[in-house]
Write a protein that binds this ligand. Structure first.
Ligand SMILES: [Zn+2]
Length: 379
């Protein structure tokens, strides 16, 4: 599984938190089912936005990127994002990107101009399929304004820059395009095809369309990725939470007021693909529900055990809740349903604590915690 990581030019906000928590939960659930998961994330430390911000601040772009990469990893740890196996920086995969760009030129999918190397979208008829756009619609979307391109929909694989953040290549000094960064990083780790690619829904077009076009044109094999998972936007007051709109809440600021478990519970109340509106009412409601769940669990843990060895009854109770939990989660990771199962389970535990014998009691609690841990709502 590969998920598009952040472009490290500023602090990450709750919109990012929602995305990375969703994928953390998805991996936890896959492991709960017994799958082995290799989860790779890239760190975009080569990008126009980093160069621009560094110029504004009169800073070195690499230093700036490292600083925000450290901040990002701190924020992820604070949220309890534990499942990423490896983060790979774009800047460390330059030879792989250059090899892919050269390969695309050799195979006739890309061409060089005085400003860079571009992918010729018309050569890849599937372009637009992931986002459900036809060729007419695509021709109206101008991806990158540049007069040297053959067609407005072509996107850059390499941009020529003499100075600043730049590397040597067969096409002179310059920087890779953003889309080829991720294709190079993920294919170097997983080969020609892999199972899951995730990211925010705003990345479907053009970023993920471009990734498919690059990879499948290079290998001649399809599909490049078996499942695409996209998280919905986090809105505030009817608009997307973003740095440019000035309505963002940094993760580190949110964590001063709310615990990671509270934020995880809150985000899990909406299916990851749906857009979500951030609100205090919603967050407070999630906190209230989490408190009740915890009180029930504490009451259960502290209750004196009964003499009645209802082991059979206890395992049936666990099986009932576990199958309901799986039914929701198997339906495209429907966390809102899974939360209600955990609440009902906790409620039942709160009522039966004094009735079960010690052995059953421990089993039930372990079973409950295993499911709650998928959602990350107890830590
Ligand atoms: Zn990406």
């Amino acid at each position: 599984m590969f998920v598009c990581g952040p472009t490290v030019y500023d602090y990450v906000h709750l919109g990012h938190a929602r995305t990375y928590l969703a994928f953390d939960t998805i991996v936890r659930y896959l492991k709960f089912l017994g799958y082995k998961v290799r989860y790779l994330m890239n760190i975009t430390d080569v990008a126009e936005r980093i160069v621009q911000r560094a110029e504004q601040l009169k800073r070195d772009p690499f230093e700036l990127a490292r600083e925000y990469e450290v901040a990002f990893l701190e924020d992820m740890r604070a949220l309890g994002v534990t499942e990423v196996d490896r983060c790979e920086r774009a800047s460390e995969a330059l030879p792989k990107m250059i090899a892919q760009v050269a390969g695309l030129i050799n195979r006739g999918f890309a061409y060089e101009t005085e400003t860079g190397v571009y992918f010729e979208v018309q050569k890849f008829p599937k372009f637009g399929q992931l986002s459900g756009q036809n060729h007419e619609e695509l021709s109206l979307r101008r991806l990158e304004l540049c007069s040297s391109k053959r067609n407005p929909e072509d996107f850059s694989l390499w941009r020529k820059y003499e100075k600043g953040l730049a590397w040597d290549s067969p096409w002179g000094r310059g920087r890779p395009g953003w889309h080829i960064e991720d294709t190079a990083v993920s294919m170097a780790a997983f080969g020609e095809a892999y199972d899951i690619h995730g990211g925010a829904s705003e990345l479907i077009f053009p970023h993920h369309e471009a990734e498919i076009a690059q990879a499948e044109s290079l290998t001649g094999k399809a599909p490049f990725v078996r499942y695409w998972l996209h998280t919905g936007l986090l809105n505030v007051g009817g608009r997307k939470m973003s740095k440019s709109l000035g309505n963002m809440i940094r993760i580190r600021d949110a964590l001063r007021e709310h615990t990671a478990a509270e934020l995880r519970f809150y985000f899990a109340t909406v299916h990851y693909r749906e857009p979500m509106t951030y609100s205090h009412t919603g967050l407070n409601d999630a906190k209230r529900r989490l408190n009740i769940l915890r009180k029930n669990l504490t009451a259960y843990s502290e209750a004196r055990t009964g003499e009645d060895p209802r082991t059979g009854g206890a395992s049936a109770t666990l099986a009932k809740h576990e199958s309901a939990f799986k039914r929701f989660m198997n339906d495209d990771f429907y966390t809102p349903g899974a939360l209600t199962v955990l609440e009902e389970f906790a409620d039942e535990l709160g009522r039966i604590g004094q009735k079960v014998d010690q052995h059953s009691k421990a089993n039930l609690e372990a079973g409950f915690r295993k499911m709650a841990n998928v959602m990350g709502i107890l830590s």
